[in-house]
Design a protein around this ligand. Structure first.
Ligand code: PLP
Length: 449
């Protein structure tokens, strides 16, 4: 029996080699990847354990809210009494341990969810504070850091920012000084986004919120939770966030939600957001769910394991590129609080080769070649690799990077770990084939001219 198993394993590993070769991945590259992988068993076990916990959390919430087959149906028109929509919002509130939630296909993306949470809870004369440095690129126009039509600034809402200290920690003294009588909302971004600062853990976010509330108890703390959902067993709402906000085409949509965003939080904050999303007087009562409820529910059900796959991919990539000699954030061993992996490739060519490798591993649009372009909402050229079932979905295997120094690529997603592994090996093979990484898996000198 033992011999037979060994024979079987040999056969599979040989078949895998041949299969990877059909993707252009050499035997050496695969062996290098597998060697890196063999050291990650314990990390992967921990990730599976978190996924197990979060899977139970999701199932329990669905059971307690009596999710039924009828919830998977949709409404049309005004969408009054949409059972699926209203129940799903209860499910989200249970998972996030909040009083209420707004989870809608009418929230078009993460930026929209964040803009909605801000614009509905701030009034002219109020001030918004970011105590964690510059927010995500697309929020610059929402806030008015970069002039934009309809920004908070246009409505007379001021903005203040306190940067993290050089070692990435909170500048508590500067935060204390920045909070004033006008400060109404504090925005805290969990994930690093397109920056090379560390991602905040939920515990760190909790410390920051506690500090801010001590300085000013009635301030509203909003957390941009994009890419963070289900990475840990607790969410920002468990440590005092008044609003936790994210996109359904990232973690909580599980790859199946075709659109949408969510805000989970305090009843009055959610009420404000609902009246802004639809109309004063209407709020949560309207908003037909059309045909998306089935994928919202099933996606949420899959989200803990999908997030685990993406996390495994991120850790695998970190360890591979660290070994080769590229700076990676987070590094190969540190704990994870989001699914994003930054790899500093040091040259435009490196970023492009990496992204093209990810694209070539896709099921959809594998034959197209991504190029850098001027993307709306971003102020530099950006290259994006995304062969996705849901357009632009970054819980699916994807990579993107602005073409600016230090030429870092941000890699994320992977609905299955196996796909993430293929994509990472393909990106590596691409760097080898273009001479950016040597045959000995060391970084080659790059002439930046
Ligand atoms: C993705 C993201 C956003 C914006 O979401 P979109 O869906 O792209 O509009 C905001 N903040 C962070 C940290 C993100 O990762």
């Amino acid at each position: 029996m033992k011999n037979e198993n060994t024979y079987q394993n040999l056969k599979i590993s040989q078949q895998l080699k041949e299969h990877y070769a059909m993707f252009g991945i050499s035997e050496q590259t695969l062996a290098f990847g597998n060697e890196i992988l063999s050291a990650l068993e314990e990390r992967f076990r921990q990730i599976d354990e978190t996924a197990e916990y979060n899977q139970l959390k999701v199932i329990r919430a669905m059971q307690e809210c009596h999710v039924s087959e009828a919830c998977l149906m949709g409404t049309t028109g005004y969408g009054y009494n949409d059972l699926g929509r209203d129940t799903l919002e209860e499910v989200y509130a249970k998972i996030f341990h909040t009083q209420d939630a707004l989870v809608r296909p009418q929230i078009t993306c993460g930026t929209h969810a964040l803009a909605l949470a801000l614009m509905s809870n701030l009034r002219p004369g109020d001030e918004l504070l970011s105590p964690v440095g510059k927010p995500y690129d697309t929020l610059e126009e929402v806030i008015g850091i970069r002039d934009a039509k309809g920004s908070l600034k246009e409505y007379g809402i001021a903005y203040r920012q306190v940067d993290l200290t050089s070692d990435g920690s909170f500048d508590y003294e500067a935060i204390r000084q920045a909070v004033n009588e006008k400060t109404k909302v504090v925005t805290i971004q969990r994930s690093k986004g397109y920056q090379t600062r560390p991602t905040l853990s939920v515990a760190q976010i909790g410390e920051l919120i506690a500090f801010v509330k001590k300085v000013k108890p009635d301030v509203i703390c909003m957390v941009d939770n994009c890419y963070g959902e289900f990475v840990e067993t607790i969410e920002p709402s468990d440590v005092g966030a008044d609003m936790t906000v994210g996109s359904l085409i990232k973690n909580p949509g599980g790859g199946l939600a075709p659109i949408g965003g969510y805000i989970a939080g305090k009843k009055d904050c959610i009420e404000n957001a609902a009246y802004r999303l639809t109309s004063p007087g209407l709020g949560k009562e309207v908003g037909a769910s059309l045909g998306v409820m089935g994928s919202f529910y099933q996606g949420l059900f899959l989200a803990p394991t999908v997030t685990a796959s993406a996390l495994k991919g991120a850790i695998f990539a970190a360890n591979i590129y660290e070994k080769i000699g590229f700076p990676v954030i987070p590094n190969g061993t540190e704990s994870r609080h989001d699914i994003i992996q930054a790899v500093t490739l040091g040259s435009p060519e490196g970023v492009i080769a990496f992204c093209q490798g990810i694209q070539a591993a896709a099921s959809v649009d594998s034959f197209v070649t991504p190029e850098p372009w001027d993307m709306p909402g971003y102020d530099a050229k950006v290259i994006m690799a995304a062969g996705a079932f849901v357009s632009g979905s970054s819980i699916e295997l994807s990579a993107d990077g602005p073409i600016v120094p230090p030429y870092a690529v941000y890699f994320q997603g992977g609905l299955t770990w196996q796909h993430a592994k293929l994509g990472i090996l393909k990106s590596l093979q691409n760097l080898i084939d273009q001479g950016i990484v040597g045959e000995n898996f060391r970084q080659c000198h790059i002439d930046l001219r």
